[in-house]
Design a protein around this ligand. Structure first.
Ligand code: T5A
Ligand code: NA
Length: 216
């Protein structure tokens, strides 16, 4: 009998702006490394690629773009890295991703722009590698505002973030049972959030033999 090959786990951390994603991704990486796990961090948008530079300029309000164009660029930015994420996973490296396709849908659909339905927003990301687990950091508007730097970039306005949160809720529901989508209270202290995330990630720490899925 042939044993199924174990690959790295694909872990996605999602949330509103300033929910603590970057802090938690770093803590998770440290924890996994301490357990002897090979880890790679990926962040979307990846602002370092040519496409990422266009996105960065848009987010800083240094340039304007049609809502559909910027949506497609965010997705293209993920497709640029899709093959290399898959290669890492297959080579046994666990990949932790700071934002993914779910942010792509949530922030674009929240614009309520004509012709940009939820389904339309989902389209360009169909067939991307699917995460084995998605950790959604739920932060309250009060905590969001209290945290450093909020308001500097394009989408960091309270009413817009509220609409984004509603789309994230819909995604969580539609992902359904077995999708391994978990919402975590991100108003807690960093260490408490980290503990809760570790409890959820630990079963995947040594990788998984599940075939890599595709969205959705
Ligand atoms: N976007 C993104 C799209 O529209 N479409 C897409 O497809 C994608 C991928 C940029 C924007 O792009 C949009 C979404 C965004 O609006 P980004 O570069 O990830 O996305 O920028 P932000 O989400 O804004 O990232 P931030 O760095 O601002 O937020 P984080 O990573 O959630 O938070 P973090 O860890 O940097 O923490 C922020 C501050 O809070 C403190 C930290 O020390 C820091 O000062 N903090 C806490 N304070 C108290 N208690 C805690 N538990 C704390 N955790 C962190
Ligand atoms: Na961040």
């Amino acid at each position: 009998m042939s044993e199924r090959k174990v690959r790295g786990a694909f872990i996605v951390v999602e949330g509103l702006d300033r929910s603590g994603k970057s802090s938690q991704v770093t803590l998770l990486e440290e924890h996994l490394k301490a357990e002897g796990v090979a880890v790679r961090l990926v962040k979307f948008p990846d602002r370092t690629t040519p496409i990422g530079k266009l996105i960065d300029s848009y987010l800083r309000s240094e340039s304007e773009m049609d809502d559909r164009s910027i949506h497609l660029l965010f997705s293209a930015n993920r497709w640029e890295l899709a093959k290399s994420i898959q290669d890492s996973l297959e080579s046994g490296t666990t990949v932790i991703c700071d934002r993914y396709a779910f942010s792509g849908i949530a922030f674009s659909a929240a614009k309520n722009a004509s012709g940009m339905s939820y389904e339309w927003c989902r389209g360009p990301d169909i067939a991307l590698p699917a995460p084995d687990i998605t950790l959604f950091l739920a932060v309250s508007p009060e905590q969001q505002r209290a945290r450093g730097g909020f308001g500097e970039e394009r989408y960091e306005k309270a009413d817009f973030q509220e609409r984004v949160e509603h789309v994230f809720e819909r995604i969580g529901v539609e992902m359904g049972d077995g999708s391994r989508w978990f919402a975590v209270d991100a108003d807690q202290r960093k260490e408490e959030v980290a503990q809760e995330l570790w409890r959820l990630v630990q079963p995947l720490a040594k990788g998984t033999d599940r075939p890599l899925g595709r969205l959705w």
